[in-house]
Structure formats: structure tokens, C-alpha cells
Design a protein around this ligand. Structure first.
Ligand code: SF4
Length: 230
């Protein structure tokens, strides 16, 4: 069984497949607690029922959409992901998995979207900081990231950037990992309104130009705002 927060049909808003119509399977439950998490109903206050792989397959395949994105929460928390991905693959679906890269798991997947969390994510002042230490210990696992990068060939590395100084952390982490092509390293502004994205995007684009990283939009925020099911 996999606890599911929501399943919906939309376009991929982030990453190298941005703009691609996709079915999203959002698992509920996360081993991190990012301060700015925009899906708290799958992390801080996980919601949703546990569902069988057979049931999930029926619903996902019913959309008749070639692209499936498994997101969260943290998909790699669930061992049944292996069976779900295998079945989706057999049904001819292109599978993207979006993970923070703190847990190693081998599954069939066409694009592994790794989003290691920088220190700007640590919730020092939320709920009296009760998740902060645990989050800080878990958020970056270089050995897990190295194993994932060795196992999966189709990858993107996506970083949520809040301030220019975050770039230094990105560079320090990349120095601990095997080389990843620059166009597969994506910098995404933190923000859940078009105004925030525009403000941070203006200087982040310059950083991308300077270092050769790829700028990562958040199309779903720009098109639909920060709400569920889009
Ligand atoms: S890893 Fe993702 S789902 Fe989990 S708390 Fe952070 S932003 Fe939210």
C-alpha cells in the first residue's frame, strides 16, 4: 500500500520536461520538513488514504497520458514503488520520480529528478523548531546521492534557491558528487507567487548565465497559482 495525497492530470511545471502533459501521483509522507514546503498536505500534515498498486495503476492508466510523475512527499519512502514503476513501465509510460535524494532505492524510471535541500529549507522557527535538527541531519546525504547518480543515467539535479549566497552551497555539494552536465543542474527560485518568482528569478537568471546552470521555472505557479491538483 502507498499513501496517496492526490492524483491529477496537469502539465509538468518544473525541470527539463516542463510543459509536458503528465499524470501526477503525489505520495503522502516525507522524511524532511522543509520550511517553505508547498505541499504540506504531503509532509508536515500528511493526508490521504493508503492505496494498493493495482488500484493506483487503474486510475493512472485511465488518463491515457504517456507521462507519469511520481512526486511527494518522498516517493522513495515506499517499497511498493518498485512494483508500481515496473507496471507503469510495462504499460509504456514514461516515469519521472521526484525525490530529495536522501533515500536509496532501485526502481524502473526514465528520469530521476533529484532535489537535495539546501540550508534555506531548515525549519528553525516553525513549530518551535522541533523538526529542525532532524531535518538538518537528513537533508543532504552525499553518499546516497553518489549511489543514485551512479545507478540512474537520466537525471536532473534541482536546487531551490532563495538568496544569492545559496549558490555557494550548491557548488560545495557538486564538488562532492560525480560530474553532472551543467544543463542538468537546475536552479529554481523559491516562491509560491508570480511576484516572488519574478523577483528572485531576475538575479537567478544572471547566476545561471554566469555558471552555465539551467534556470528552472515554476510554470504551474505562474499559470494556476499555488493550489492543489494543478
Ligand atoms: S522534501 Fe519536498 S515534500 Fe518533503 S518537506 Fe521538503 S519540499 Fe516538502
Amino acid at each position: 500500500m502507498i499513501r496517496i495525497a492526490e492524483i491529477f492530470h496537469s502539465i509538468q511545471g518544473e525541470g527539463i520536461l516542463a510543459g509536458t502533459p503528465s499524470v501526477f501521483v503525489r505520495v503522502s509522507g516525507c522524511n524532511l520538513r522543509c520550511r517553505w514546503c508547498d505541499t504540506e498536505y504531503a509532509s508536515w500534515q500528511p493526508e490521504g488514504e493508503s492505496r494498493s498498486v493495482a488500484e493506483l495503476l487503474r486510475e493512472v492508466l485511465g488518463y491515457n497520458c504517456p507521462y507519469v510523475v511520481i512526486t511527494g512527499g518522498e516517493p522513495f519512502l515506499f517499497a511498493e514503488l518498485t512494483e508500481l514503476c515496473q507496471s507503469l513501465h510495462q504499460a509504456g509510460r514514461h516515469i519521472t520520480i521526484e525525490t530529495a535524494g536522501t533515500i536509496y532505492r532501485e526502481v524502473v524510471c526514465d528520469l530521476l529528478s533529484l532535489s537535495p535541500k539546501l540550508s534555506n529549507s531548515t525549519p528553525w522557527y516553525r513549530e518551535a523548531g522541533r523538526f529542525a535538527q532532524q531535518h538538518e541531519q537528513r537533508r543532504i546525504q552525499p553518499e546516497v546521492l553518489r549511489r543514485l547518480l551512479a545507478r540512474y543515467t537520466e537525471v536532473q539535479l534541482k536546487f531551490v534557491i532563495e538568496e544569492p549566497r545559496d549558490l555557494q552551497e550548491v557548488q560545495e555539494l557538486l564538488a562532492q558528487l560525480p560530474p553532472v552536465p551543467r544543463e542538468r543542474i537546475l536552479l529554481m527560485p523559491q516562491g509560491v507567487t508570480s511576484e516572488e518568482l519574478r523577483e528572485r528569478g531576475s538575479w537567478l537568471v544572471e547566476a545561471c548565465k554566469q555558471h552555465g546552470y539551467r534556470y528552472c521555472p515554476r510554470l504551474h505557479i505562474e499559470l494556476f497559482g499555488n493550489r492543489r491538483g494543478v
